[in-house]
Ligand binder design. Structure first.
Ligand code: 1GP
Length: 234
């Protein structure tokens, strides 16, 4: 598993990773050609996904990105419809913070026919939605409640349960456009117990917040909105 191995190796030597998240629903070739060709050097991955993007939108978006960059393109799908062979890999997300079977196992079962004969690298990922101070699309679409950021022990134990169940990555998510990113305290506490790489995203808008997340223990940070709006200076 090349993609996962590279993430593990980077985390071992403390080389921090940065993914730009592109939502296929907001994608247009005119807007994104320049954007993709001018990413800062610190960007190591492109994630593609959104809460409500369609199959066609996802395929067009990934195809376009693959033609423009050699960075690994990893699906971060909000729905099985977004699975496209054109990407390099997929975070197969289990929404461990929620109790909706649709996002714990059902979507995955429905995705199998597409995944079975694809060359996508499948990366089992425990996905925890935390409260980012506003209503997130993930909460709305998945019909699940985010975990309160004050519930640090529960968050840590949920992440660890994911690891014990065989997840290869843990993703702490405050939701796209979160007002409050995942706290440093949570990142540090989860990272302390985890021996798989930790991804953090949601509401990170500038290099100061990015550095804080890294320092606290995030191995890979995901930034969507701030890149989209041209606010992130790298
Ligand atoms: C959302 O974690 C990502 O799934 C990124 O969030 O759009 O707030 O950067 P932002």
């Amino acid at each position: 598993p090349k993609l996962l191995d590279a993430i593990i190796q980077a985390s071992k030597i403390d080389k921090k990773l940065l993914a730009v998240l592109i939502d296929p629903e907001k994608f247009s070739a005119e807007k994104y050609a320049y954007f993709i060709e001018n990413l800062t050097e610190s960007v190591t991955h492109i994630f593609v996904g959104g809460s409500t993007a369609t199959a066609k939108e996802s395929e067009v978006c990934v195809g376009f990105i693959k033609a423009k960059t050699n960075l690994p393109v990893i699906l971060f799908p909000g729905d099985k419809e977004q699975v496209t062979e054109k990407a390099d890999g997929i975070l197969l997300l289990s929404l461990l913070s929620g109790r909706n079977p649709e996002y714990l196992i059902e979507q995955h079962i429905k995705a199998v026919p597409k995944l079975l004969n694809s060359r996508l690298e499948i990366i089992p990922t425990g996905y925890l939605l935390l409260d980012g101070g506003n209503q997130s699309a993930v909460a709305r679409v998945s019909k699940t409640k985010p975990m309160r950021q004050s519930e640090i022990t529960l968050i840590k134990n949920t992440a660890l349960a994911g690891q014990m169940m065989g997840k290869q990555l843990i993703y702490l998510e405050a939701g796209s456009g979160a007002l409050i990113p995942v706290s440093e305290e949570i990142i540090t506490e989860v990272k302390k117990y985890l021996n798989i790489p930790l991804i953090v995203g949601g509401g990170i808008k500038n290099s100061k917040q990015l550095e804080k997340a890294y320092k606290a223990g995030a191995d890979l940070v995901v930034i969507g909105t701030a890149f989209e709006n041209g606010e992130f200076e790298g």
